[in-house]
Design a protein around this ligand. Structure first.
Ligand code: NAP
Length: 319
C-alpha cells in the first residue's frame, strides 16, 4: 500500500521506523513525503533519510505522489486547525482516505470533514489525536456499540503534569517548563500547554467525535496553570489534594454541553489524580456501561506512531 506523509517530524519519523520494523508482516510503504520545506518521492518506498527536493503546493504533491492513503501529521495550529484541514480536503478531493494525529482538524472541523468523507465514501481516522495512540475513538467505535457517551473527564496534557510535579518540589513554573522541554514532551510553543490550549483542543476533539458536539477549542471554558504558584501546589498537597489541569465535558439538563479545562484540586484518591509522571487518564461516562477508563502509561512518540499504524491497518482491511 502506497502512503503519502504530509509532515515528517518526530511522529512521522517514528511511524517510518515502525513500518520498517513491520515490513515483513505488513506491505506498507511510504512513497512520498511533503514537509513545510521539502518533498521526496519514490514509488518503490523511501528510506528513512530520503533525498529531498523543494516543496510544492499540496495538490501538486498528491497528484505526483498518487498514494492510496494520506497521513496528515503537520504541526498543531490550535487557533483554526489550518493548513491541516486544507491538506485533508485536498486528499478527500482526490478520493483518498486520510489518517491524522493532528488534533487541529478534529477540534475545529470534525463534523464537516466527517460529512465530506461520508459523502465520498472515504475512510477518515484520527486515533492518535488524543491520548497518543491509546484506543479511544476506535475503542468506542468498535467495542461500545449502542452506548451513548454522557460525559467525559480527563487529565490529558503531560507537560502541565510535569510542571505541577516540579512545582510541588519547590521549583518555579519556568523550571518546570524547562524540564518538560528537556523530556521532549512540550509543544513547540509551550504556552499552548501552559495556557490550556492543547487540553482544550483535545476536549473539543473528544466532544465532537464522541458526543456529536459541533464545538471548537474556543468553546471550552479554559484556564491554564500559568497563575499557579509553587506555594499553592504545596498547600494543596498539605491539605490532602492534588492540583491538576482537568478537562471535562458535561451534558446539562437542557441538552447543551459545558466544556471546561481548568486547574482543579482533586481528592488524593480520585482516579484522575492517580497517574504519575507523563501518564494521562481519560474517563468516559456512559449510559449503558457505567464509567470506562483509559490510562496511557508514560506515553511517547512510539505510541502516537502506533495509533497511526492501527488506523492504517483498519483502513487497509476495508479497502
Ligand atoms: N509528538 C507527539 O508525541 C504527538 C502526540 C500526539 C499528537 N501529535 C501531533 O502530531 C503532529 C506532528 O507532531 P510532531 O511531534 O511530529 O511535530 P514536529 O516534530 O514539529 O513536526 C512537524 C512536521 O510538520 C511539518 N509541517 C509543518 N507545517 C507544514 C505545512 N504547512 N506543510 C507541510 N508540512 C508542514 C514540518 O515540516 P518542516 O520540518 O519542514 O518544518 C515537520 O515535518 C502534530 O499535530 C502534533 O500535535 C504529536
Amino acid at each position: 500500500m502506497r502512503i503519502a506523509l504530509i509532515g515528517y517530524g518526530s511522529v512521522g519519523q517514528a511511524f517510518a521506523r515502525l513500518l520498517e520494523r513491520q515490513r515483513r508482516r505488513f506491505p506498507f510503504r511510504i512513497t512520498a513525503i511533503q514537509t513545510r520545506q521539502r518533498t521526496a518521492y519514490d514509488p518503490h518506498g523511501l528510506p528513512l533519510e530520503p533525498a529531498w527536493g523543494p516543496p510544492v503546493p499540496v495538490g501538486e504533491f498528491l497528484d505526483r505522489a498518487a498514494p492510496e492513503v494520506v497521513i496528515e501529521i503537520t504541526s498543531l495550529n490550535p487557533v483554526d486547525g489550518e493548513p491541516a484541514i486544507s491538506h485533508i480536503r485536498a486528499a478527500f478531493a482526490r478520493g483518498l482516505p486520510v489518517i491524522t494525529a493532528n488534533k487541529g482538524p478534529i477540534a475545529h472541523a470534525y463534523s464537516a470533514l466527517r460529512a465530506e468523507a461520508a459523502a465520498r465514501h472515504i475512510l477518515f481516522r484520527f486515533e492518535s489525536t488524543v491520548m497518543d495512540g491509546s484506543p479511544v475513538f476506535n475503542l468506542v467505535r468498535n467495542n461500545l456499540p449502542g452506548v451513548t457517551i454522557e460525559g467525559i473527564s480527563g487529565v490529558l496534557n503531560s507537560t502541565t503534569k510535569v510542571v505541577l510535579a516540579e512545582m510541588a518540589q519547590g521549583r518555579s513554573l519556568a523550571e518546570g517548563i524547562a524540564r518538560a522541554q528537556r523530556m521532549g514532551i512540550a509543544e513547540a510553543d509551550p504556552s499552548y500547554d501552559i495556557d490550556g490550549w492543547d487540553s482544550a483542543a483535545k476536549t473539543a476533539a473528544l466532544a465532537n467525535v464522541l458526543m456529536d458536539a459541533n464545538v471548537t477549542p474556543q468553546s471550552v471554558q479554559r484556564t491554564g496553570i500559568g497563575a499557579i504558584t509553587p506555594e499553592a501546589v504545596r498547600r494543596a498537597a498539605a491539605e490532602g489534594t492534588v492540583l491538576a489541569l482537568v478537562s471535562r465535558v458535561r451534558r446539562e439538563a437542557d441538552g447543551a454541553l459545558t466544556l471546561t479545562t481548568q486547574p482543579e484540586r482533586l481528592a488524593r484518591h480520585d482516579l484522575l489524580a492517580n497517574v504519575d509522571g507523563t501518564s494521562n487518564v481519560l474517563l468516559l461516562h456512559t449510559d449503558l456501561m457505567g464509567t470506562q477508563g483509559i490510562v496511557s502509561v508514560s506515553p511517547g512518540v512510539e505510541q502516537t506512531a502506533y495509533g497511526l499504524f492501527a488506523d492504517l491497518v483498519d483502513i487497509a482491511q476495508q479497502l
